[in-house]
Design a protein around this ligand. Structure first.
Ligand code: G3P
Length: 217
């Protein structure tokens, strides 16, 4: 499963990129606002750190203006992936852009039928929001299972990008279902490293090592 980080903050992106774990980055208008940075400038900087897809979202609601915004965004770097909402105009834009060889991430997906539409429109990625699904009394992971089944039934190439990931169990479940990608905030990715027995093991080894009176360097 590919790992994308869901942030527009540069330092966490740099840190995770250095681990070799990072396959891409997702941003959205809320994350850009949170960063306090200029959209173009921060997107350009992120694209220079990560080789994989960097999602940059359009904010227009009509197809013609979405295309104009996408034109500006895709000039930032070759690894920009245009993010469009799951609406009729969003999918028209998806079809047009993928036809021109531009990567497209269709976002704000909350049903398997919506995911089917995005795949038919040629989306590179579909972003089902599991956390927001859970928030509203549904099981976000049921949605991922359904989309996996449908995409496998028809051999759709669209990658399932599990979004709105809130905790490490979401990551585990996404991997068990066979999602192609998950995008999570930096904290969730860092939480994946943690295990109390790893910390305890290090502590024990270091205590015993100290007794030897040796040093490696
Ligand atoms: O990837 C989409 C994500 O940014 C939304 O997450 O936690 O705001 O639902 P959240």
């Amino acid at each position: 499963m590919k790992f994308f980080v869901d942030t527009a903050e540069i330092e966490p992106i740099r840190e995770l990129a250095a681990t070799g774990l990072l396959d891409g980055v997702t941003t959205n208008p809320s994350l850009i606002a949170k960063s306090g940075r200029d959209f173009m400038e921060v997107t350009r900087e992120i694209c220079g750190i990560v080789d994989g897809p960097v999602s940059a979202e359009v904010v227009a609601l009509d197809h013609a203006t979405m295309m104009k915004e996408a034109e500006v965004l895709r000039k930032i770097a070759d690894n920009v992936c245009i993010k469009v909402p799951l609406t009729v105009d969003g999918l028209k834009t998806c079809k047009a852009l993928t036809g021109e060889g531009t990567m497209v991430n269709v976002t704000l997906c909350f049903s398997a039928n919506q995911a089917l539409l995005a795949a038919k429109a040629g989306a590179s990625f579909i972003s089902p929001f599991v956390g927001r699904h859970d928030d509203n009394g549904f099981d976000g992971m049921d949605l991922i299972e359904d989309i996996r089944l449908i995409y496998d039934n028809y051999n759709f190439a669209t990658e399932i990008l599990v979004a709105s990931v809130r905790h490490t169990t979401h990551v585990l479940q996404a991997a068990k279902i066979g999602a192609d990608v998950m995008t999570a905030p930096p904290k969730v990715i860092h939480d994946l490293f943690k295990h109390v027995l790893t910390d305890k093991g290090i502590e024990g080894f270091l205590a015993d090592w100290a007794k030897t009176g040796q040093s490696i360097l």
